[in-house]
Design a protein around this ligand. Structure first.
Ligand code: GAP
Length: 478
C-alpha cells in the first residue's frame, strides 16, 4: 500500500519517523529527520512568503504553555473535547464517533455523548480488539494540563491546542504596532498539542503537531478582499454543507452565494495555489464546507481544503469566520478593552482565520510526488521544497577528482544553496539514493572535469545528463 511504502522510505531516509523509538514509541509523536526537517523548513518559508510578503502580515511567536484563564475564556476548557468510550474487558480507548463511523459508514458529526452511546448500543458495536463490551461514553478534553510554578505560586496551565489563541491575546499591542489599520493579518507558526484519543494514523493525527495559523482582524462590515480578482478564475471541486458537490470557479461561488464571505473564498484560492506550489496534486483537492452541527464552537462558517489520499480524505487547512467570539471572550474575562475606533465606529474586530497544519501537507506532498518506475523510485519534489537542491559526486576517490568535487560543493554552499556530498558506492547507487529523497539534480566530477573544467549534471525526472562548465553551475541553481 502506498501509505506503508511512504512511511517505510520516510523512516529509512530520515524524512519522518516515530519519536522515542528506543523506548517503544508513543503514538501521536513523530520526529522530523534531517531530510524531513529541510522540507518542513522550506514549506514554512513558502507560507511566510505567501503571507508576510504577499499579504503584508506580521509574524509573531508566543509561548506554547499558558495559564488556565486563557483557555477558560476561549471556551476550550468547556468545549474542546471528543467523546470517549473504553472496552470493559481490555481497557482499549476509542473515539466514539470514529468507531461508529468505521462500523456504520455514516457520519456522526455533531452527535453528543448520549447520542453516540445509543448508536453503539443500537449497532451492537464491540471492541474491535477483543470483542469486549464498550462502556458508557463521556466527553474527554483534548488539552494537556500541567502546572507552572511551585508552592503558593503554582497555577494550572495548558499546552496550547491551537496557535490562534496566543495571537489574540496581544491584539491591542499588535493593532498599535500596525498603526491601527484593518485588516490586520498576523501569522504564527509553531507547535500545538492535542491529547488525541488513541491516534492510529501515523503523522496524520498527532498529539504534538505543527500549525501555521493566520488571523485576519477585520471590520465586521468588510469581509472582502481587495485582491479577489487574482483568484476568482481558479476552479475547484466543492462539497457544500448540504452535500451538493460540483466544480465551480471561486468568483462564481461567491456570486452565487455558495461561499458567502469573499475573504474566505480569497484565502481558499490562495491556499489552493500554495498547495500546488509545494507539490500537492491539485486534482486531488476539494473544498468542503463544515455542516452546521460539525463546526467548531467558535465559528459561524468554516471551509476546509481536503486531500483525497490513498488512506481517505485528509484535512489540510480550515478557513473560518470566528467573528468577535475570541476577542470578546478575552475582553470579558481579562477586562481589557479589545474594541477599536475605526472609520468613526466602535467595534470588536472580527477574525477570519486560515489554519494550516504543516505535517499533513507534508504527508500529502509525499503521496503526490511519489513516483515508481521499473528500475527506481523517486519523489518528484518541486525544486523549492527539495531537501537539497543538488548532490555532488566525485566519480572516483582518487587522482584529484575529490578535491575538485569538494571545491564545487563548498562554492555551492557558500551561495546558501543546500547541497550534499556523496562519495560512497557506485555512481548508479548514488543516483538512486539522491532520487529517493527527491534531489532534483546531481553533479558528477569525472576525469574530463580535470581537463576542461566541465561536469555532468543529471536530471532526477528525465535521467538526462548534460555537460556544463563549472562557472555555469551557480547560474543554473539560483
Ligand atoms: N485554530 C483553528 C484550528 O486549530 P483545526 O481545524 O482544528 O483548526 C487546523 O486545525 C489544522 O491543523 C488542520 O487543518 C490540520 O491540518 C492540523 N491539525 C489539527 N489537528 C491535528 C492533529 N491532531 N495532527 C496533525 N495535524 C492536525
Amino acid at each position: 500500500m502506498l501509505y506503508e511504502k511512504i512511511l517505510d522510505i520516510s523512516k529509512r531516509r530520515g524524512i519522518v519517523y516515530p519519536s522515542f523509538e528506543i523506548y517503544g514509541g508513543v503514538s501521536g509523536f513523530y520526529d522530523y529527520g534531517p531530510v524531513g526537517k529541510r522540507i518542513k523548513q522550506d514549506i514554512e518559508d513558502i507560507i511566510r512568503e505567501y503571507y508576510v510578503i504577499g499579504e503584508n502580515c506580521f509574524e509573531v511567536e508566543c509561548p506554547v504553555l499558558s495559564p488556565e484563564s486563557v483557555w477558560i475564556a476561549s471556551g476550550h476548557v468547556k468545549n474542546f473535547s471528543d467523546v470517549l468510550t473504553e472496552c470493559s474487558k481490555c481497557g482499549e480507548p476509542y473515539r466514539a464517533d470514529h468507531l461508529i463511523e468505521e462500523h456504520t459508514k455514516t457520519s456522526c458529526a455533531g452527535l453528543n455523548s448520549d447520542e453516540l452511546y445509543k448508536l453503539i448500543e443500537k449497532n451492537k458495536i464491540r471492541c474491535p480488539k477483543c470483542n469486549g463490551g464498550l462502556e458508557m461514553t463521556y466527553p474527554y478534553n483534548l488539552m494537556f494540563q500541567t502546572y507552572v510554578g511551585a508552592g503558593k505560586d503554582k497555577i494550572t496551565a495548558y499546552l496550547r491546542p491551537e496557535t490562534a489563541q496566543m495571537t489574540y491575546l496581544p491584539f491591542r499591542r499588535l493593532y498599535e504596532i500596525g498603526r491601527k489599520h484593518l485588516p490586520l493579518g498576523v501569522l504564527q507558526i509553531g507547535h500545538s498539542f492535542r491529547n488525541e484519543i488513541s491516534p492510529r494514523q501515523g503523522m496524520i493525527r498527532l498529539r504534538e503537531f505543527n500549525q501555521a495559523e493566520i488571523q485576519f482582524f477585520v471590520d465586521p462590515d468588510n469581509k472582502k478582499s481587495a485582491n479577489f480578482d487574482k483568484v476568482s478564475e481558479i476552479r475547484a471541486k466543492i462539497l457544500t454543507k448540504n452535500n451538493e458537490e460540483f466544480e465551480i470557479s471561486l468568483g462564481e461561488a461567491v456570486e452565487k452565494n455558495i461561499i458567502k464571505i469573499q475573504m474566505i473564498a480569497y484565502f481558499l484560492g490562495i491556499s489552493l495555489r500554495l498547495f500546488e506550489d509545494i507539490g500537492i496534486n491539485k486534482n486531488l483537492l476539494k473544498l468542503r464546507q463544515h455542516k452546521d452541527d460539525e463546526r467548531a464552537f467558535y465559528s459561524t462558517d468554516t471551509w476546509d481544503i481536503e486531500f483525497m489520499s490513498s488512506i481517505g480524505r485528509i484535512e489540510l487547512v480550515g478557513i473560518s469566520d470566528r467573528t468577535d467570539y475570541d476577542l470578546s471572550a478575552h475582553m470579558k474575562l481579562s477586562r481589557q478593552n479589545m474594541m477599536v475606533n475605526y472609520n468613526e465606529r466602535n467595534f470588536v474586530p472580527h477574525v477570519i482565520e486560515i489554519a494550516y497544519g504543516i505535517d499533513r501537507p507534508i504527508y500529502c506532498i509525499l503521496e503526490s510526488t511519489y513516483t515508481e518506475e521499473k528500475d527506481r523510485m523517486y519523489f518528484k519534489f518541486p525544486k523549492r521544497i527539495a531537501p537539497y537542491r543538488i548532490a555532488v559526486f566525485p566519480l572516483v576517490n582518487k587522482n584529484n577528482i575529490p578535491e575538485k568535487a569538494i571545491g564545487i560543493f563548498e562554492t555551492v554552499k557558500k551561495n546558501r544553496i543546500y547541497a550534499i556530498y556523496d562519495d560512497s558506492g557506485s555512481i548508479g547507487k548514488r543516483y538512486a539514493r539522491a532520487d529517493e529523497i527527491g534531489i532534483p539534480e546531481c553533479i558528477t566530477v569525472d576525469y574530463q572535469s580535470l581537463e576542461d573544467s566541465t561536469v555532468t549534471i543529471r536530471d532526477r525526472d528525465t535521467k538526462n545528463q548534460v555537460r556544463v562548465k563549472v562557472e555555469g553551475i551557480l547560474g543554473r541553481l539560483i
